[in-house]
Design a binder for this molecule. Structure first.
Ligand code: 5GP
Ligand code: ZN
Length: 115
């Protein structure tokens, strides 16, 4: 989608520190990390957020979630623990409307995502 920063990363029109890529998804380092490990995992398809997921996306999302485990292992945070977060809409503070999973870890993260 035009004017979507993450679509531009998918198309390599803007640079990103890519840690994993296949035909369905891409994972790259967050530009403004909120933890020692802060990687974003996105489908290549432009989907604005969770509300826009359809039945046809089941395989894609299952694939992404399973790959998140592999990326956590690659980042050496699988054993110490990590958080996977999707922000949806205004009250969740979603800034980029191309669905993305935040993979956070590498240090204690606090009990829950807080305000
Ligand atoms: P949201 O608030 O939408 O859940 O998260 C958007 C995330 O994307 C933020 O953590 C922000 O730092 C990150 N981000 C925004 N623009 C860019 C960019 O151009 N490159 C990278 N690597 N991350 C970005
Ligand atoms: Zn997009």
């Amino acid at each position: 989608m035009e004017d979507c920063i993450f679509c531009k990363i998918v198309k390599k029109e803007i640079p990103a520190d890519i840690v994993y890529e296949d035909d369905l998804i891409i994972a790259f380092e967050d530009i403004n990390p909120q933890a020692k490990v802060h990687t974003l995992i996105i489908p290549k398809e432009h989907i604005p957020n969770n509300l826009y997921l359809e039945g046809r996306h089941k395989t894609l999302i299952g694939h992404l979630i399973l790959k998140a485990n592999e990326i956590a292992k690659m980042k050496n945070i699988a054993q110490t623990g990590f958080r996977l977060i999707v922000n949806n809409g205004k009250d969740a503070g979603q800034e980029v409307f191309h669905i993305h999973w935040h993979l956070l870890g590498g240090e204690p993260l606090g009990r829950l995502v807080c305000k």
